[in-house]
Design a protein around this ligand. Sequence first.
Ligand code: PLP
Length: 456
Amino acid sequence: MKQQEIPYKIYLEEQEMPKEWYNVRADMQKKPAPLLNPETLQPMGAKDLEGVFCAELVKQELDDNTAFIQIPDRIRDFYMMYRPSPLIRAYCLEEKMQTPAKIYYKFEGNNTSGSHKLNSAIAQAYYAKEQGLKGVTTETGAGQWGTALSMACAYFELDCQVFMVKLSHEQKPFRREVMRTYGASVTPSPSLDTEIGRKILAEYPDTNGSLGCAISEAVEAAVKQDGYRYVLGSVLNQVLLHQSIIGLETKLALDKYDIHPDMIIGCSGGGSNLGGLISPFVGEKLRGEADYRIIAVEPASCPSFTKGVFAYDYCDTGMVTPLSKMYTLGSRFMPAASHAGGLRYHGMSSILSQLYADGMMEARAVGQREIFEAAEQFARCEGILPAPESSHAIKVALDEAQKCKETGEEKTILFGLTGTGYFDLMAYGKYHDHQLSDHVPTDAEIQAGLAGLPKV
Ligand SMILES: *Cc1c(COP(=O)(O)O)cnc(C)c1O
């Protein structure tokens, strides 16, 4: 074992947990483009958004200038139950690989929901409660966001209505039961409860549902019930703001030992964990104080950054949401079935999209089989069973550590380990039984998705 000046786990004391979130937009010279009303194509102001979203969250969504936003005490109290999360030095992995690279990962799977999504869920539930609302509606695909939101709503005694993609509702009964344990109502989508659901079912009675369709149902349910608003677990600026707690804690922990990462790697679905992890580092980069290589990792089956275009698009398949300027494959793009459900999204955070367009970060697409291979290699050394989504970041971290082995460079690699894979064991099973496919969309499939972009 290596000499250990640096401990396996760098913990922060509770009182060291950041008291403010950091809003990276404040340091961006080119701000992310505003959300547009899909009918008038005009930028949407607070008034336009408050019918669907909570008022304080709308304020955060539109705030491009305030660098630090105080974390309310009641949110900090909840964070205290599972934060600060550990920053771990992957000594065993380094040893096993015989690499001179120094590898660190920030682990966000240390709570019942099993991922970083709880960091934003608790904030969104808090602001809904403060506004005096009765409850919130949302959609969930693989189930991580629905689980996190159920926990957050239970804490603040808010009603939580989750529209769960029908296929996941059947295939992931355990996630469903966790949500119900925390008091959420879980409706398989499409359902007969909404107009859009009834319409879709009339047209496609055998459909398994999709995330886009569940979003449309959740938005309709929020708008039609008094005292309800819709909440979303990724993509939006407010979600990246809440997730900045990940990066702020990481930076504090690294600073304690004077560690400077050469590269920061994260998986990217809608971009919230990666955006949160890199925010304070990108802030330094934007202000010219430091430099880091930043790498977003996405599935080859849903390559928004690496094969998409930077354009205005709908955030959902039902085309009811505002238009957002982002790297997108088109809201009609249907990613192939994959076991990293949290990364199967056609678009990307508009903050990360702007940073990518400005050359502030890189992106890489990786296949499904290679991420499970990386997951297994990681699990066998480090003990943690990673989520397939998180394993995208592991895969690229391993690749970079391998390069260091070949060149002899002692690079410091930091990556985000977003969650655990306990609910993904069916997928691990398929990997072991050699039943995983690796569908990469053809140019024709990509073109078909992009052909559906709105003309702005
Ligand atoms: C949802 C999810 C992701 C991807 O979402 P982002 O918004 O891109 O962070 C990654 N990992 C896990 C474990 C998730 O649940």
